[in-house]
Design a protein around this ligand. Structure first.
Ligand code: NAD
Length: 406
């Protein structure tokens, strides 16, 4: 039996959540597996995808939207997938990251059904990672017909200059002040964020913009690893005006505009409709919980959308993207040619209600006006805690892995 001592001097035979600000530094292997399985079950209960891609590369495949994309294409379309992520395996003394356990669970489930899956754990921004992935594609799959780009990273080391750039979440031009949620203390505070410098804007574009997406496509193309008529998709967010200063008109929004431009450039080079940006719904993920203001907005949004019966998680969103945009062609599109699976979030009634709640929410009425409990439950589930059917008092092996993760 393994004994872990994460919280105190008393050894514990279990892994418990240990939250530090907006991340949880422990994760539960069985809980992550249950989370992945519930997403697989959801997809298998939907009609099979029409016109599915058969060989898919997912960059950022271990958590959030990338993991959901991998599950939908594999279990809804029968695709062979290669996944790339940056996660920590566990060892006898310490649990690994949730994305590691998610990927182990995904690979085991795919293997059980005879679906090809291979993963690479390392820096997607590096030349070396691109080389390894291309070798695997050429050896195992020949060519791929879809590239999903779902990276969310705080930093990127430029593979040519060796310089490391850090992204930041700041407004551009003016200081932004609004309500925010201290998720640790369940308190509604005010936050003021100073505008980014020009360098910070450029650095954020370097990390979260389209350059690396373009590098991946060029490297795959040059190696002959892209099938004729291949498709590429990257994910973005717009949200309501109240968050625009920190998101759409802020540093991250500048990076997302660069992603839009990259999609247009890829279409010019490889053909109309080759690349598309999908605007997804605001959801609790490891990436979004780090953005000021957004967790409070998400807590109010969940309340309204759950009451209206239109709430979706990553898996429902990605099922809808692949079934409509790539499937029956019924997806909502905007004037810039982006897919809008955020349409239910941006529905005028939903936004009017969220806006009304936003005006009156405070620490005292937080749990009544918002779905803060739902936010917290979902946050914990990201790390494998709070899943039905998991015995959190049982001994677990944090050092699990599978040979198909390189
Ligand atoms: P996430 O944090 O859940 O997933 C990020 C993924 O990127 C993980 O698989 C992680 O391992 C991988 N990654 C990070 N750095 C890496 C590196 N250097 N090399 C290899 N892999 C690396 O994030 P998410 O919320 O699913 O975001 C994915 C995309 O969706 C982002 O472009 C984000 O802007 C977009 N999006 C998110 C939301 C939201 O509310 N969460 C809404 C709309 C769009």
């Amino acid at each position: 039996m393994a004994w872990y001592d994460f919280n105190s001097s008393t050894p514990m035979p279990v892994i418990a959540p240990k939250i530090r600000g907006f991340i949880c530094i422990t994760s539960h292997p069985d809980g992550c597996a249950a989370n992945v399985q519930s997403q697989i079950d959801y997809v298998k209960a939907q009609p099979a995808l029409q016109n599915p891609a058969k060989k898919v590369l997912v960059i950022g495949s271990s958590t959030g939207y990338g993991l959901a994309s991998r599950i939908v294409t594999s279990f809804g379309g029968g695709a062979s997938t290669i996944g790339v992520f940056f996660e920590k395996p566990g060892n006898e003394r310490k649990p690994g990251s949730a994305g590691w356990y998610n990927s182990v669970a995904f690979e085991k489930a795919a293997d059980k059904e005879g679906i090809y899956a291979k993963s690479f754990n390392g820096d997607a921004f590096s030349h070396d990672m691109k080389k390894q992935v291309i070798e695997a594609i050429k050896q195992d799959l020949g060519q791929i017909d879809m590239v999903v780009y779902s990276l969310a990273s705080p930093r990127r080391t430029d593979p040519d200059s060796g310089e490391t750039h850090n992204s930041c979440l700041k407004p551009i031009g003016d200081t932004y002040t609004n309500k925010t949620l201290n998720t640790d203390k369940a308190e509604v505070d005010s936050v003021s964020i100073e505008p980014a410098s020009e360098q910070e804007v450029a650095d954020t574009v370097k990390v979260m913009g389209g350059e690396d997406w373009k590098y991946w496509i060029s490297a795959l193309d040059e190696a002959g690893a892209l099938a004729d008529g291949f498709k590429a998709v990257a994910y973005s967010y717009i949200g309501p005006e109240m968050t625009w200063p920190i998101y759409t008109n802020g540093t991250i929004g500048a990076a997302k505009k660069d992603i839009d431009q990259t999609a247009a450039d890829l279409c010019t080079k490889y053909g109309e409709n080759t690349a598309v940006v999908s605007i997804n719904k605001a959801l609790v993920t490891q990436a979004s919980s780090a953005i000021p203001v957004v967790p409070l907005y998400i807590s109010l949004l969940y309340k309204v959308m759950k009451e209206k019966g239109t709430h979706e998680g990553c898996i429902e969103q990605m099922q809808r993207l692949f079934a409509t945009y790539y499937g029956d062609g019924s997806a909502e599109m905007d004037e810039l040619g982006r897919v809008r699976v955020d349409d239910w979030e941006m529905d005028a009634d939903v936004q009017a209600e969220v806006d009304k709640l936003w005006q009156s929410v405070n620490t005292e009425n937080l749990k009544e006006l918002s779905d803060f409990n739902g936010y917290q439950d979902e946050f914990l589930r990201l790390f494998g805690f709070g899943l039905d059917g998991v015995d959190y008092t049982a001994d677990v092996d944090p050092s699990i892995g599978v040979p198909s993760i390189g």
